[in-house]
Write a protein that binds this ligand. Sequence first.
Ligand code: FES
Length: 260
Amino acid sequence: MVTLKIRRQDGERVWHETFPVEETPGMSVLEALFIVQEALDGGLCFRYSCRGAVCGSCAMLINKVPRLACRTQVSDAGNEMVVNAVKWGPLARPVTRVAKGEILIEPLPNMEVIRDLVVDMDHFYELLDSIEPWISAGEDVPEGGNLMSPVVEQKIEVYTGCILCATCHGACPAAARDEMYLGPAALAKAWRFSLDPREPEKDKQARLEAVDNNSGVWGCDVVFKCTAVCPKKVTPTRGILALRRQIPKNRIKNIFNRRK
Ligand code: FES
């Protein structure tokens, strides 16, 4: 047996509730939640869709680590030490002890809870939209289209794996203290489009200017927590550092362009 200790929340109160679930080989945390919902408490709310680490819907805090419930094995999570998600490195300490065979499940941090494990993703998407994560068609498309070299394609591929699950946002200390901080997902996307040769130069410039502030690239603590939790091995911190290097180059380029 494994015990799920779940943080519940409705409009009025917050409480923790434990549910015993019979563990079967290969069971994921999402499957364990289905059992709770079907057999023990039909009112338990959580989000999911693909059940295969593709849609990103089932992101939640499992033993204080943001991750996908469909990709987390009960056998692994039931034997973990729980550490404080806010502290890191040598400061990390077990703060919420769970018994062996118990899994602590909570909603993703840094987002408003709608109910139980369901968080409001609107603000996360608004932050993402603010960097305009798309390529405008532009007017000067060369005959035969804008071709991309394999080298550039490889560089971009590191960032295109993002499934917008927001685990990075839930792990981010900068997002915890500044709700206007763009966050790892949006900033990684900003770098992804800066790399794209199909993007018109003026749009690249505008995006670099949009992230050149303390709620953008300069707000990052560079603690790599986002990179550590990403289920798709995207490396937002690397993208943020690349943007930090690119911004001064961009400023110098602008000065010369103005003088022409
Ligand atoms: S249910 Fe789609 S990623 Fe988990």
